[in-house]
Design a protein around this ligand. Sequence first.
Ligand SMILES: [Zn+2]
Length: 290
Amino acid sequence: MPRLSEVIAALDALWPPERAEEWDAVGTVCGDPDAQVSRVLFAVDPVQEIVDEAVRLSADLLVTHHPLYLRGTTTVAASHFKGRVVHDLIKNDIALHVAHTNADTADPGVSDALAGALDLRIVGPLVPDTSDPNGRRGLGRICELDHPLPLRELATYAAKRLPATAQGIRAAGDPDALIRTVAVSGGSGDSLFGAVRAAGVDAFLTADLRHHPASEATQHSPLALLDAAHWATEWPWCEQAAAQLDEISDRHAWDLRVHVSTTATDPWTAHAASTFTVSSSPSSSSGAPN
Ligand SMILES: [Zn+2]
């Protein structure tokens, strides 16, 4: 049975912490390096429901994509929800380790898992990491569809292949436009519009798209947008990461039990389709501004 320090060293080789963004907070949050590890759980968010799942599983190590403390803290008192997470982890001998932006840009990384969930053919990174001589690491991925689909069908397909959320998939652009190439980026991707335009793809699949960036991007060119729930675009990484650790465990004869969380931690829980159409409202013909 490996020690936590050995498992962490293997995870750091997959997602080197020095490749994380400067503002990020990756690495081990709690855990005894000498503790033995037999069961590992992967999840997107280090929230209470996930800690409860880790306790139920008798996991020794929880690996999450999102940091628990991104901006630091001066207290881990259990009266605060994050302090409660720390207390429950330590009381149950569960270590917490975070791989965030270092997992985003890895090869394979978060966007490879997203592309894989949709069976897209990966051409290369959207924003290549210039320090990678092989040109495979970087943010986002440019992909091709083996069988081009109209935007509306691609949205329906993505909704089937990504874990279910209240939001589902929103699409922007002509629903009948044929999509042959698509850039994907797990998590919030609206800082990548420049790279997406430069790549000349037909569509961009990401999460957390806001009105102004989305409106400007679709005005600028006929780029189609697909907006999924942030959690749903990153959850496929958990399966990919678990498979990577499984393979390492086999190679070292560690006999680890590696699990992927089945708890949805998308904060949005309900969605209502709109029924009020502005154009059919008599008062709208008066032409009020805005
Ligand atoms: Zn994220």
